[in-house]
Design a protein around this ligand. Structure first.
Ligand code: 5AD
Ligand code: SF4
Length: 453
């Protein structure tokens, strides 16, 4: 392909790792059509906003970003060039018609299940079929992943790999079951092939990704159903793959084989297990289908297998009907579990979800105060966790060089580490003696073992 055929593609991504992954896949699908990803919207031939609908003001954010980016389309038009403007992701899925109506300059609106048909959609948007606007929020019956190219170009030593998508849990606050559809697992062979391809490109760490990743139940070549633990142990047999992670899990799908798999040295001692609340009453209203004791029990069973495992979670404060006591129950759960990191949010009413019509709304200032208290506690725990690793020699996978002579990496516990060292070590796993922390990330010294004389 000649340079003149190259078209500039700008993708802006909001939200979760699944969206980051999808953006990469969209770029892969569009590459054969001559689109090359660029870092900014200037002079772009296509602009894709990959949106997130999980919390408040999602749609407002999309409109304000569209308003800001429209000038690049206008500039293109003045130069006789069409800039395709597209809205993808979960806001497109949930609010597609509304976006199309309110932003007539948007050429394409399409949901997460449709990315495999991007070439056709782009052909249509460029006028190939007479009409030139695409609104596609279908839930495809066929497997989205089957239509996406399997080979992903690795961009470093760590890679995310989607193995499962969608959610059947219907937590009453959450839009995901509506925007991402029912739970679906990819076939085991396809995943393992992709892991090998990534390994061939220098990937050392694989993170298996899914909205409910531990609900994974993929079929192998023999027609047998395999669990996430089975899949991880298969991946662990692949030479060159040194580290395996997975995210995000649900307590309801936690099986003992996944817990036991953590005895394997390639499976990292880190667990992201959202609980959302520590109050049984609120857990019930959230339709989480588990109580706090079940959560404690799971954590305990993990610690039996990996006493040092780092625990992470998600929390929502100010769910409708949450009393001071309910919130104290959450604080108590946090104290008992002792997290290494966590994400916490104020409850946000999402149209179309069951919780949106619940009474007992919590005042904004109370939500703010609760969030502040919870985040202060979680920050203390994160600092304590990080401090406790000072003096330890940990294996660190270097995944970036912020500056010449500086390396960035991750410990098995998923802590970020900054080290002084030769950039050539990027992509390698080395031992680092941890020397300090600012509470959030670590500093350390490289321990390079000299070859025995
Ligand atoms: N309000 C606030 N937080 C939410 N989350 C999901 N839906 C909502 C909502 N309506 C949070 C949950 C989930 C994370 C991805 O986002 O904690 O685990
Ligand atoms: Fe956002 Fe959830 Fe959609 Fe991810 S799945 S993009 S977090 S709404």
């Amino acid at each position: 392909m000649t340079m003149s055929n190259t078209k500039k593609l700008f993708i802006k991504t909001w939200g979760c790792q699944m969206n980051v992954y999808d953006s990469r896949k969209m770029a892969d699908v569009l590459a054969p059509m001559g689109y090359k990803q660029v870092d900014g919207p200037e002079g772009a031939d296509m602009i894709i906003l990959n949106t997130c609908h999980i919390r408040e003001k999602a749609t407002d954010k999309v409109f304000s970003e569209l308003g800001r980016l429209k000038k690049f389309k206008d500039e293109g038009q003045a130069e006789g060039r069409k800039t395709i403007m597209a809205v993808a992701g979960c806001v497109a899925q949930a609010e597609g018609d509304f976006i199309a109506e309110r932003a007539p300059y948007v050429d394409m609106v399409f949901g997460p299940q449709t990315y495999g048909t991007l070439p056709e959609m782009v052909a249509q948007a460029t006028g190939a079929y007479g009409k030139d606007r695409v609104i596609n929020t279908e839930f495809d019956e066929e497997d989205k992943f089957d239509k996406l190219p399997e080979e992903t170009l690795a961009t470093g030593p760590t890679a995310f790999l989607a193995v499962q998508e969608g959610c059947d849990k219907f937590c009453t606050f959450c839009v995901v079951p509506y925007t991402r559809g029912a739970e679906y697992s990819r076939r085991v062979e396809a995943i393992i092939d992709e892991v090998k391809q990534l390994r061939d490109q220098g990937v050392r760490e694989i993170s298996f990704l899914g909205q409910n990743v531990n609900a994974f139940h993929g079929i192998n070549a023999k027609g047998e159903t395999q669990s996430l633990a089975d899949l991880m142990l298969l991946a662990a047999e692949i030479d060159g793959i040194e580290r395996i992670r997975y995210t995000t899990s649900h307590p309801r799908d936690m099986e003992q084989d996944l817990i036991d798999a953590h005895a394997h040295t390639k499976i990292m001692p880190y667990l992201h297990l959202p609980v959302q609340s520590g109050s049984n009453k609120i857990l019930k209203a959230m339709n989480r289908k588990h109580e706090r004791d079940m959560y404690f029990d799971i954590i305990e069973r993990f610690r039996k297998v990996r006493p040092d495992i780092a625990i992470s979670g998600d929390f929502i404060v100010g769910f409708p009907g949450e009393t001071d006591q309910d919130f104290e129950d959450t604080m108590d759960l946090v104290r008992q579990v002792n997290y290494s990191s966590a994400y916490s949010f104020k409850y946000s009413q999402r149209p179309g979800t069951p919780a949106a019509t619940m009474g007992g709304l919590i005042r904004e200032d109370i939500k703010d105060e609760r969030l502040q208290r919870l985040q202060a506690l979680l920050a203390d725990q994160m600092r304590a966790f990080n401090e406790q690793t000072i003096g330890m020699d940990l294996s660190v996978l270097f995944d970036g060089t912020p500056r010449e002579g500086q390396l960035h990496g991750r410990t098995p516990y998923n802590q970020a580490v900054h080290v002084t060292g030769n950039s050539r070590l990027n992509g390698q796993i080395e031992t680092v003696r941890i020397t300090g922390t600012n509470g959030k990330s670590l500093t350390g010294d490289l321990i390079l073992y000299e070859a025995a004389a």
